[in-house]
Design a protein around this ligand. Structure first.
Ligand SMILES: [Mg+2]
Length: 261
């Protein structure tokens, strides 16, 4: 369903029950226009001002994104809004980043893996570079003299060390990242927002496939609203799963204005 009439009807229905509705919004492509340089992404003018009043009137207002929580909080600062980054693995709580307990619990294993990698003959001999990512450790061969020659020994060391410490290996181009097997998607994140705020319905808005798990949770709860943000790149699967399709962050802003009426 599209069009101004549908938007107003949905918004009026939800606004009447605002205290039992949580509003969860994606960042990139949803409240912030997509730009070439991801570090330059900023919310559309006039949208951040609506977030505080939404948080005030509704059970919760949250930004849910794959971005670090600090990015969300620093570029869309508004009172009472929740900032869930890394698909819910981190959140800003009282001004500080709170990381998923499961990740914190795995830090000793990550540190031990780092020590083992640093002492591994293949890693040592190749001159591979270790990157401490706090909740993960990565070993890079990009800067070694002959990366192709070392891919085997370094990759095998990564596998061996990860297995010894209960971590998983995520290989990339000339890099192996060892990290805890801890998963979160936007569905997990919005479920938490609903549970903690006592909301019984969810408004979720997103523009990409990563938003589908949040759509699913909103549907499960019933009575909410799944909002797909249309762009040239918007996947058909997301548009098909939506109750309402809006045009770009401008459309999201208009919806939020309706929700505040
Ligand atoms: Mg997005």
């Amino acid at each position: 369903m599209t069009g101004a009439g549908a938007m107003a009807t949905h918004a009026a229905r939800l606004a009447r029950r605002a205290a039992e509705v949580a509003v969860c919004l994606d960042f990139d492509g949803t409240i912030a226009p997509i730009v070439e340089d991801p570090a330059a992404a900023r919310p559309l003018a006039g949208i951040v001002e609506l977030l505080g009043p939404l948080a005030d009137r509704y059970a919760a207002a949250a930004l849910v994104s794959g971005r670090p929580a600090t990015y969300l909080a620093s570029h869309a600062a508004a009172p009472g809004v929740r900032y869930l980054g890394m698909y819910g693995l981190e959140e800003i709580v009282e001004g500080r980043v709170q990381v998923d307990r499961r990740l914190e619990a795995a830090r000793p294993a990550v540190a031990a893996a780092r020590r083992d990698l640093a002492a591994d003959p293949g890693v040592l001999e190749s001159g591979a570079h270790l990157e401490d990512k706090r909740y993960a450790v990565a070993v890079h061969t990009r800067r070694v003299a002959d990366p192709a020659r070392w891919a085997g020994p370094v990759g095998q060391a990564a596998e061996r060390v990860a297995a010894a410490h209960g971590l998983e290996v995520v290989p990339g181009r000339m890099v192996w990242e060892l990290r805890p097997q801890v998963r979160s998607d936007k569905g997990d994140a919005v479920r938490r927002v609903a549970a903690e705020s006592g909301a019984r319905r969810l408004v979720v808005a997103g523009d990409d496939l990563g938003d589908l798990p949040a759509f699913a949770v909103a549907a499960e709860a019933g009575g909410g609203l799944r909002v797909a943000v249309r762009s040239e790149e918007a996947p058909a699967e997301l548009l098909d799963a939506a109750d309402l399709v809006v045009d770009g962050p401008e459309g999201v802003r208009e919806l939020l204005e309706h929700l505040l009426r």
